[in-house]
Design a protein around this ligand. Structure first.
Ligand code: FES
Length: 78
C-alpha cells in the first residue's frame, strides 16, 4: 500500500471549473491537511466525471459529492 490510505477525487473539468472547483479544491485541501487527517489522504484532480450539471463534484470512497458538499466530506472523514 502506498503512503496515503484514502483518496479524494475532485473534478477539474470545464463545467466544474465554471461551478467553482478551485474553491472546492482549496476547501478540501484545508480539511485534509488538518490533524488528524494530515498525510492520510491525497487529493487527486480528475477530468470530467460525467456529473457536470451538479458541479463542482468530488468522489470519496465510491460516493459522489455534488455541488461542493464540503461539510458532508468533512463528516465522512472525521
Ligand atoms: S466537468 Fe466535472 S463532472 Fe463534468
Amino acid at each position: 500500500m502506498g503512503r496515503y490510505r484514502k483518496f479524494v477525487f475532485v473534478c477539474s473539468g470545464s463545467d466544474c471549473k465554471k461551478a467553482g472547483c478551485k474553491t472546492l479544491t482549496k476547501a478540501v485541501k484545508s480539511i485534509l491537511t488538518l490533524d488528524p487527517h494530515k498525510g492520510k489522504f491525497k487529493l487527486i484532480k480528475t477530468k470530467c466525471m460525467d456529473f457536470c450539471k451538479s458541479g463542482p463534484v468530488m468522489i470519496f470512497e465510491n460516493e459522489v459529492f455534488k455541488n461542493g458538499e464540503v461539510e458532508k466530506l468533512r463528516s465522512k472523514i472525521s
